[in-house]
Design a protein around this ligand. Sequence first.
Ligand code: NI
Length: 391
Amino acid sequence: MAVITEIEKYKDELVRLRRDLHAHPELAYKEKRTARLVSELLKSWGVQVDQGIAETGVVGTLSTGSGPSIALRADMDALPMAEANTFDHKSQHVGCMHACGHDGHTAMLLGAAKYLAEHGQYKGTIRFIFQPAEEAAGGAKRMLDEGLFDSFTVDAVFGMHNWPGLAAGSFATCPGPMMASLDCFDIHIAGQGTHGATPQRGIDPIMISAELIGALQTVVSRNIDPNEPAVISITKMHAGDAHNVIPAQAHLGGGIRCFNPKIREILCRRIVEVAEGVCSAHGAFAEVEFLTQAPAVINTPESAELACQVATDIAGGEKVVSNVAPVMVSEDFSYMLEKKPGCFMFIGNGEGEGGCSIHNPNYDFNDDVLTLGSSYWVKLTESFLSEAVVD
Ligand code: NI
């Protein structure tokens, strides 16, 4: 790893900071302590700070007054789950845990901000975006709805996520689709309740649910081009309270994931048509409600190329995967990529110890990659601001 020498000197400070964030995780839109800490550090290094975007979001700005502008985004929120780790920096907040490494993402971007404020060689504007509520609460969209890219000029935006299973010291991305879109839905089925002994007097929503679950699996297999990856998973099923009562209602829930916006439209439309059609055939009613949604992460090819060049400069060509296979997991950074060119990057979190999968109670961010991540941000910024041609 060819980490920037000055940044390597920050290592102990970044590890302390990352572990402090890990010990004090905060849920979506409640990242008050985190946002305060981020703001205070940025100010102490002379970075201009704007707070309160999407409640707890923070934007730091460094600018030489003219030239192109680049935005670097980290997420700050934790997950509502109990931590199983027993090390000293384990979560002090019951039922809340940094199980996705956003503590590491925040620390890596802070490391870059400190270096760029003190030693950066650039001409232009750098935006450090610390986003709240990435985990299924729409923080990126809300920052954009509140005028993120109107209030702050940005020519391109870049994001980074740690990736367990990818060796520490490695990077991976690809041009085009990289992470799937997500559309979570609930289906409410209204039948007619009756005694379990007299089904002919009611409309059984449980039997209809069973038929509907099977029918929904035909959407991907019969309505979608086999060359297009897509998945519909039913992950919730609630109905009934007694052995001798056919309930009046049943509720299903699940998620749709794919990479192509046109396929996404078909999937969302067919869910509604199939639910309404199956229910109608039995005299019941279906109401389909869409909840959390995010578009696919689609990298701009030129930005992905730049990101790979920079990663190669830092980590060496053998540590950079420039055509990683897209993953079905989603990420709301996609909303920012809908507005601006840019690229999302995976940084290896290692395998085995410290590389345990994300959203797992034994997960921990790998502190060995903190300075590498900060170095990537710095080199990317310096390369972009020296190369960017702005229309
Ligand atoms: Ni995450």
